[in-house]
Design a protein around this ligand. Structure first.
Ligand SMILES: [Zn+2]
Length: 315
């Protein structure tokens, strides 16, 4: 059987419903990111979901740029960082307290994170304004937080799903391999005015909650999205086109050329050397262990080794 396309973001549109969306499939790329760390299973799953979410949202960048997703919370996982650099480079890491993760009950993405916030930053270079959206987290999953963001900041009706987990690979060597998937639909009717809007009624007393009406097409699209099973988002034998067809064949789906995703890191010996030289001599001396300074990149776990002379900038 020919291998299905994997590690991609595929944009799609359901024209009759005024709905656009994106689907993310991550196999080898997310497995590479997870394998570079030695995280407990639930922390790996949380990071894999974050990578899928940042790829899905970052793929909407219209220009060269970077999309950075970062949580800062008081839970056992106090930080998750995942970034996307156009056209399709992803990386990520998590910071956590091992014993607190082990003691956690129940273990959910929400309880792992705890209370704090999720920041989503769009950085499109020096000529463009840096944009940041911040959503509170309170034992909230990443998908719930993203829903809050779209409802409050963008006011675009949005529904998304995230899934991540290790799959047992078939074959002579039963190895575990991480996968992650995501799907999102948004109601972006061509002529505007069709999306959910507040009904203004002259009779409503001041300050009363005005009822929100939802467009029927949008309701249909989001209810169908809710029928997606986690395993469908992860299944490497199910193509994104097949999954979209299963969901939206009645109205017809148009798929657009996918964006290929790859793991990357921007760290280099030169950059880390520059950082080391900015420390005071005393601080650098404190970093010496067994005669050398080792610096490990948090994103990709590459360790760079410097002699004290190299760290000082002497060759
Ligand atoms: Zn790195």
């Amino acid at each position: 059987m020919a291998e299905l396309p994997d590690n991609l973001v595929m944009p799609f549109e359901i024209k009759p419903l005024g709905v656009r969306g994106r689907i993310v499939r991550l196999g080898a790329v997310v497995n590479d990111i997870i394998s570079r760390h030695d995280y407990p299973m639930p922390v790996s799953a949380l990071l894999a979901e974050a990578v899928a979410l940042s790829a899905m949202l970052g793929a909407s960048l219209k220009f060269e740029g970077k999309f950075i997703l970062q949580t800062n919370t008081d839970g056992p996982v106090d930080m998750v960082v995942s970034d996307f650099a156009s056209p399709g480079k992803v990386r990520g890491y998590a910071r956590f307290d091992g014993p607190r993760v082990d003691e956690l009950d129940p273990v959910t993405p929400g309880t792992l994170l705890g209370k704090g916030h999720l920041a989503m930053t769009v950085d499109q270079g020096v000529d463009m304004e840096r944009y940041q959206g911040i959503v509170p987290l309170d034992r909230t999953s990443l998908s719930e937080a993203a829903h809050t963001y779209f409802a409050r900041s963008e006011q675009i009706p949005t529904r998304l799903r995230l899934s991540a987990g290790p799959l047992l690979e078939r074959g002579p060597r039963a190895a575990q391999s991480w996968r992650a998937g995501a799907i999102m639909v948004q109601h972006l009717p061509r002529h505007g005015g069709m999306s959910p809007m507040r009904m203004t009624s002259g009779d409503a007393p001041d300050g009363a909650e005005e009822p929100l009406t939802e467009n029927d097409d949008w309701v249909k699209a989001r209810l169908l999205l809710d029928t997606v099973e986690d395993h469908e988002l992860l299944d490497p034998t199910l193509s994104p086109e097949t999954l979209l067809y299963r969901l939206y064949h009645e109205d017809g789906v148009t798929v657009y050329p996918p964006i290929a995703l790859e793991r990357h890191c921007t760290c280099s010996r030169e950059k880390i050397g520059d950082v080391l030289r900015r420390f005071s001599g005393e601080d650098r001396t404190d970093m010496i262990e067994d005669g050398v300074i080792n610096v490990t990149c948090e994103f990709c776990s590459t360790t760079y080794r410097f002699t004290p002379e190299e760290a000082e900038g002497k060759d």
